[in-house]
Design a protein around this ligand. Sequence first.
Ligand SMILES: Nc1ncnc2c1ncn2[C@@H]1O[C@H](COP(=O)(O)OP(=O)(O)OP(=O)(O)O)[C@@H](O)[C@H]1O
Length: 358
Amino acid sequence: MPRLTLKGLGKAYGKLKVVDDVDLTLEEGEFVSLLGPSGCGKTTTLRMIAGFVEPTSGSITLNGQVLSAPGAVLPPEKRGMSMIFQSYAIWPNMTVAENVGFGLTLKKLPKEEVRAKVKRILEVVQMAHLADRYPAELSGGQQQRVALARAIVVQPAVLLLDEPLSNLDANLREEMRFEIRRLHDEFRFTTVYVTHDQAEAMATADRIAVMQGGRIEQVDAPHVIYTRPRTRFVAGFIGRTNLIEGRFANGEVGLDGFALRSDQIPGSMPASSQPILLSLRPQGMALHRGRPATGRDGVPLLAATVAQRTYLGESWDYIVHPEASGLKLRVTAPPLQVHEVGESVWLEIDPQQIAVVN
Ligand SMILES: Nc1ncnc2c1ncn2[C@@H]1O[C@H](COP(=O)(O)OP(=O)(O)OP(=O)(O)O)[C@@H](O)[C@H]1O
C-alpha cells in the first residue's frame, strides 16, 4: 500500500492557484524531493502535508486514512510527522540531549528509555560528545544535526524537511546532504524534502518531483530527470543544457545546418513531420583536434570553431560554433583538453544523450 498519497491537491489564495492539481504517491520508506524555483508552491505543498495549510481541492491520505481534504484537516500533532525547517528551531534554553529527548518525554516514555534512545540517536548524528551543550554553543551544522536527531528520534510516520540546509555554508551543505541520505539509508523514513537546489535533490532523493507554477512537471529518479527530461523547463532547470529547435521528417531531425538520424535518438518521435525541441547536454558531446577515425555508423561529426571558453577547474566550458550552422553549442571537456578560441575542432554528438522535450 502506498504510504502517502496526494491526489488532485490544490491550494488557492483568492484567485491565485499556488498549488494546482498535484498528484504524488510515496511508497513506504521512499525519499522524494520537491524541487523548483522560488514561489513554485513547494513549501505550500509541504505545509499541506504537515497539516498547517488546508487544501482548497483534492486530498492527502496516509496508509488510506484521509489527513487533509477541503474542510477536513487532521491537526499537525495528530499526524505522527516530524518537520525540520530552514531555521532549525531548536530550543535555546535546553541542552542538546534535552532538545532531542523532548518529544519522547512528551510521550511519557520512561526516563531510562528516553536516555537510551537519545544516546543512540546522538551517536548516529555524531553529536554524542556535545550532549550537554546549549544551542548557542554549537555551529550551524551542529544545530542542524540536533534538529535532525530530534525529528527522527520519535520515529515519525513521515519526515518533512523544508530547505534544511540553506543556512549552512557551501562545504557544510555538501557534507550534510550525504549525512541526510546516510540517515535515510539507515532508518528508511518516508521523506519529503523541499529544496530549490538541484544538487541537493540529486544527492538525497530516490525520486525528484520538479515543480513549476504550482504544478508537478515530472517525477522520476534523479538520473532519469537528468538524462530524459520531458519538458523544456525540466531540461533547463536540472543541470545545464543546449535546447535546440529542429524539424522531424522522413527519419531525420533537421537542425540548423545539419541533421541527425531519428532512430539513434532515444524516446519516441512524433507521428508526423513537425517541429521538435531537443535537449543536448554539454557532456553529451566531445571535441577532437583532428577528425576522428570514422566507422561509428551515422554518428554526427561536425567541423566547428571554438567561439568562447571558460576554465572551471574541474572542466572546460567551451562554446563551439558548427560550420554552416547558426548554432552555438556549449560543450564540457576535461581539464587537460585545452583548445584556443578560434581553433578549428571536430564536434562529435552522442545521439544517445539527446532528449526530445515538450
Ligand atoms: N498565505 C498566503 N497568502 C497568499 N499567498 C501566499 C500565501 N502563502 C504563499 N503564498 C504564495 O504562494 C506561492 C507559493 O509559495 P510557496 O512558499 O509554496 O513557494 P516555494 O516554492 O516554497 O518558494 P520558496 O522557495 O521561495 O519558499 C507564492 O507566490 C507565495 O507568494
